[in-house]
Design a protein around this ligand. Sequence first.
Ligand SMILES: Nc1ncnc2c1ncn2[C@@H]1O[C@H](COP(=O)(O)OP(=O)(O)OP(=O)(O)O)[C@@H](O)[C@H]1O
Ligand SMILES: [Mg+2]
Length: 259
Amino acid sequence: MSASVPSPVLLETRKLLKQFGEFRAVDHVDFRVQEGEVLALIGSNGAGKTTLVNLISGLLRADAGQIIFRGADVTAQTVHQRIAAGIARSFQLVNLFDQLSALDNVALAIFSRQGKTRKLFSLADADRPVWDEAMAVLHLFRMESKARLSAGGLAQGERKLLDVAIAYALKPRLLFLDEPTSGVSTREKAPIMDTISSVVRSERISAAIIEHDMDVVFSYADRIVAMHQGTILADGTPDEIRRNERVLTTLIGTPETRG
Ligand SMILES: Nc1ncnc2c1ncn2[C@@H]1O[C@H](COP(=O)(O)OP(=O)(O)OP(=O)(O)O)[C@@H](O)[C@H]1O
Ligand SMILES: [Mg+2]
């Protein structure tokens, strides 16, 4: 028997349900994230991954069930309350102000964290610490040299990373990343994931990363949760998931189709 003590539970959903009409996109899901872990959420298109993250981050209201974060029921809280509590997320389709610079985009997230909306248009000298912090965030994400470029002019990989940097600037304890390498070439995926992984691990942020690329998933995750048709199909370490028959046949393909 292992002597290791399980980490405390940071987030837990209990029988979480989201229906679109009669269709159950998230079907009574019990999902957990432990303190300090990097978790991968996998599953085929339409499995319910983004919907689950939308429910947890507050973009969607659950039809039933509960979301418990650090022991408190946040099910009825707004997005802003959940951000203040420590839940942030990046988007499958990035959520940037394309006209603004990379630095402005990060600074806006910091201002919003401080409850100062629209601050960018009425700047004062006292805001200097915000710009310094925004630059430090870009530095952490190895994007300092892109600070003055407009977000709209960045390459796809840089846009994905900037969207993650913005979520990080909200100072979360739990960060959801919805396909941080989607639309990026295979060659660019590893540097993006290396950067994200080094930030979350060095800052001790728990992360749940939705990802389709199995090489990425197996290399970076401590634990993998597989979803299928709105439910959790499997939950385990990368080694357990690699050998899990249900995952192999449902998500990765049968030995014949795996080539
Ligand atoms: N707003 C909505 N209205 C109706 N159906 C929706 C809505 N959002 C999602 N769905 C449906 O719910 C199911 C789950 O969608 P979701 O986006 O959560 O899947 P996903 O696992 O993130 O897939 P992908 O890997 O393609 O991003 C899909 O069948 C989708 O069409
Ligand atoms: Mg999705």
